[in-house]
Design a protein around this ligand. Structure first.
Ligand code: NI
Length: 398
């Protein structure tokens, strides 16, 4: 239909002119937790207004959607960026370190927001370069409790109806100058469980009078590790992690009760039911043998991130052009980490991908969610270029 410009379009100088680093550093200084991204949303809305880009605010509390229309009619592509930070005290001493005590952009969502803003700015200045519509979705609360689902329920994929969606995560598991992209399962489903064990407390020297919640919990934690080892096909991937175990008050008191919680990860949806019932079976068996009781809560939080083959191929092909080295596009980037981008991908075909952001020589290689996390900001411009070229390619494809 409409031919988009070729990939030789000199977009890099225009991207260089964007204030990506200063936007990112501003957002980094004022991090906010999920559904509390008021300053962040205000900052995004102010930039969009400044540039005359139509947008809606207050979607799923603090989310925004900006709409940029090309000069020709065409398909609708959504680009999703998450905006929330984490409850972590930043240990970096950079001038742009967090000014919000106990809150930090330790996952790179400040960068995602800056990249989406840059993409919006660029596309609004080059609306003759693409056909159709681009919806930029600024999503709250990816880390917890999840802003994607309420945004979908609020209708962000409708009117106009979104044909495909893309999104990226800055990724310190890959060096800057690389892109991780693959078709099919990329990130695991995320479930959460919490369990209270009720025993009978007593004197540390008189165990025969008690039902020891510590000993029972220790057996449960060990037994839970057999679920993946003995109940899941070794050719499938799954994780059962107990992240919390609390019990007891003193060395000479046998604990009355205990609390444990954990996360379950997998790709095959049917594993949720199997793992949950195996957790239940272990709790029933062990507690019964001790005369203790338990109370289990199990929640399926995020489904697995599954990329559409055709959109993943589009992103891979665009990445090859942007990165300019064939080895820079990494197909082995699957992870048991989770993401609520999965809810968007259940609704429309799309691709979530990783943008390498680590730079070891500059000390920018701490893992995500670490108090010293930071990333190589040269990835920001690459992110904008990837998104812009995906828009151009998607339009050309239709
Ligand atoms: Ni993240």
């Amino acid at each position: 239909m409409v031919s988009a410009p070729s990939l030789t379009t000199p977009i890099r100088s225009d991207i260089k002119a964007l204030d990506l680093v200063s936007w990112r550093r501003h957002l980094h200084q004022y991090p906010e937790l999920g559904f509390k991204e008021h300053l962040t949303a205000k900052f995004v809305a102010e930039r969009l207004s400044e540039w005359g880009i139509p947008h809606q605010v207050g979607i799923a509390k603090t989310g925004l959607v900006a709409t940029i229309t090309g000069e020709q009619p065409g398909p609708v592509l959504a680009i999703r960026a998450d905006m929330d930070a984490l409850p972590i005290q930043e240990e970096n001493t950079v001038p742009y370190r967090s000014r919000h005590d106990g809150v930090m952009h330790a996952c790179g969502h400040d960068g995602h927001t800056a990249i989406a803003l840059g993409t919006a700015r660029y596309l609004s200045q080059h609306s003759s370069d693409f056909a159709g519509t681009v919806k930029l979705i600024f999503q709250p609360a990816e880390e917890s409790p999840g802003g994607a689902k309420p945004m979908i329920e609020a209708g962000v994929l409708k009117n106009p109806d979104v044909d495909a969606i893309i999104g990226l995560h800055l990724w310190n598991n890959l060096p800057v100058g690389t892109v991780g992209v693959k078709a099919g399962p990329l990130m695991a489903a995320v479930d959460l469980f919490e369990c209270r064990i009720q025993g009978k407390g007593g004197h540390g020297a008189m165990p025969h009078q008690t039902t020891d919640a510590v000993v029972i919990s220790a057996q449960i934690v060990n037994a839970l590790q057999t679920i993946v080892a003995r109940h899941v096909n070794p050719l499938e991937s799954a994780v059962v992690t107990v992240g919390q175990l609390h019990a007891g008050t003193a060395s000479n008191i046998i604990a009355d009760s205990s609390f444990l919680s954990g996360t379950v990860r997998y790709f095959q949806p049917e594993l949720a039911q199997r793992i949950e019932s195996q957790i239940e079976a272990i709790l029933t068996g062990i507690c019964q043998s001790w005369g203790a009781t338990y109370d289990l809560n199990y929640w399926q939080l995020y489904p697995a991130v599954i990329n559409d083959a055709a959109i993943a191929e589009l992103v891979r092909s665009v990445s090859t052009d942007v990165i300019e080295t064939p080895t820079g596009v990494v197909p082995t980037c699957q992870t048991m980490g989770g993401e609520d981008m999965s809810f968007f991908l259940q609704e429309v075909p799309g691709c979530y991908f990783f943008l390498g952001s680590a730079n070891d020589t500059r000390g920018l290689a701490y893992p995500h969610h670490h108090p010293q996390f930071d990333f190589d900001e040269t990835a920001l411009g690459m992110g904008v270029e990837l998104f812009v070229r995906c828009v151009e390619a998607f339009c050309r494809q239709k």
